[in-house]
Structures are given as C-alpha cells and as structure tokens.
Ligand binder design. Sequence first.
Ligand SMILES: NC(=O)c1ccc[n+]([C@@H]2O[C@H](COP(=O)([O-])OP(=O)(O)OC[C@H]3O[C@@H](n4cnc5c(N)ncnc54)[C@H](OP(=O)(O)O)[C@@H]3O)[C@@H](O)[C@H]2O)c1
Length: 257
Amino acid sequence: MTRIDEKRVLITGASSGIGAACARRFAREGVDVILWARRLDRLQQLARELQMAGAGDVRIQQVDVRDRAAVNAAAASLVEEGAIPHIIINNAGLAAGFDFVQDGDPEDWDRMIDTNVKGLLNVTRSLLPSLIRLGRGHIINIGSTAGHMMYPRGNVYAATKYAVRALTEGINLDVQGTPIRVSSIDPGFVETEFSVVRFGGDRERADRVYEGFRPLSGDDVSDAVFYVAALPEHVNILDLVVVPTAQRNVYVVDRKG
Ligand SMILES: NC(=O)c1ccc[n+]([C@@H]2O[C@H](COP(=O)([O-])OP(=O)(O)OC[C@H]3O[C@@H](n4cnc5c(N)ncnc54)[C@H](OP(=O)(O)O)[C@@H]3O)[C@@H](O)[C@H]2O)c1
C-alpha cells in the first residue's frame, strides 16, 4: 500500500478556486503535484508559491481540457517521464450564464458541456489505461449539489453535473476487477471565481450569490478531497456532498439581513 506522501496527484483547473486549494493542500501533505489549466501565468505563480513553501515535485502544464489532442499529448508526456499520477482530480469546470433555456445562449451550453463533461472524459480516457496497467489509482470527480437536484435556471450547468455523477458511477463499474477507486465530491456554494465566470466578469452580481451567509471556501472543499484521497486503499467514498451549514438544499439558503 502506497502512503499518501509517496503519491502524485494531477489536478485539472488548478489555477483558481477549489483546484488551487487542492494543490496547496496536497503539496503541504508531501504529495507531488501536476497542475493543469489554461492560464499558465497563474500556474507559474502557484508553482513558485508551493516551492517556496517546501513542496516536493511540482509540474505545470498549460492544458485546455476541451482540446483532446492537447490532453493526450500532456498525458503522454507524463507517461514517458514516468510521472503517471496516482490520483486524478477532475476539477476543471464552469457555469456560463444564468438564463432560462428559452433565453439561453447555445455558446454557453457548448462551453459547459465541452468542459464539464467532455473535458472530464478526455482527461480520464488519457490516463485511466495507464492506471489500470499499473494496477493502482484514484479518480476524484468534482461534481456539485447541482448534480443531485435542479434549481431554477440551473438547466444546462446542472445537466453537466448530473452527467458527472452518472460518469462517476459508470467509470466505477467500468474498472470492476481492478483496485482503481472512483469518487465524487459534490460541493454546494463555494466562494471562488465560479460566479464571476458565470456572470461574465460581473463581480458585484457574483458577490450577491454569497450575501447573508457563510459559503464554503476552496480550502473547505480541499479538506474533503484530501480526506477521500488519504483513506486506506480498501475504502472508497463513492459520493461526498459537502455544503455550507446555511445551505439546506441546492437553492434553499438561510440568508441573514
Ligand atoms: N464554486 C462553487 O460554488 C462550486 C460548487 C460546486 C461545484 N463546483 C465545481 O468546482 C470546480 C471548480 O470550480 P471553482 O469553484 O474552483 O471555480 P473557479 O475558481 O472559476 O476555477 C475553475 C478552474 O477551472 C479551470 N478551467 C475552466 N475551463 C477550463 C478548461 N477548458 N481547461 C482547463 N481548465 C479549465 C480554470 O482555469 P483556467 O481558466 O486557467 O483554465 C480554473 O482553474 C468546477 O468543476 C465547478 O463546477 C463549484
């Protein structure tokens, strides 16, 4: 059994929010980290920060998870260098827009489906055969409470997270007969750049999402991800839903004031 501090983790969407918090958390615990995102400057800054804090091996790769050829090339370079991750955190994702379907922008739908669903599949497909060959590994998908219950205007974003939940269950069945673990962490409201991205850069509108209650932080979610990853290898958390205490279901929130 490999100890967590002898492992290597690949985190997609590591340039911000939950992904960056996971990078800090796993690096602090002595895990080597491979960080993927599109914004290379952010990854470089984070890598410097982690190295200053005494992290082990930190690799960064500029990868758009929607670009299957780029994902396959980055994964192949890890295989060639003998740096196959033990843990893959499929975190890269976004919500784009907040409209009723009848008013929705199909370009937004494409971005969400291509990133949240096809991107997760691209990354998983690029490395899962190596994990199976090595006879070890853990895929951790970042889903959402929006993958359990619909909310008004949630339509396509929630559909992608229902798909993530289906894929977690499906991949878990597909690796039957191997020791590979497949888990999903499904957060509720987390204060990251998520809402700024959703509302096209409108910070004031994004701030209003978290008004009157204390949302989760990226660190809160990275604690849950680390807990799941660090469990003994005969233990698997299939699905872990983590919400702020004030959040009673996907859209019922105790807001003060
Ligand atoms: N915040 C919440 O309330 C919440 C709740 C439940 C679930 N989630 C899920 O948590 C995950 C992380 O979101 P977050 O809250 O941390 O938001 P965030 O701060 O906006 O971070 C999103 C990350 O995804 C990356 N990303 C987006 N598109 C990408 C692409 N095509 N290729 C590679 N990387 C891409 C971004 O990096 P680049 O832009 O540099 O590529 C960024 O690092 C998402 O899957 C989201 O759906 C969030």
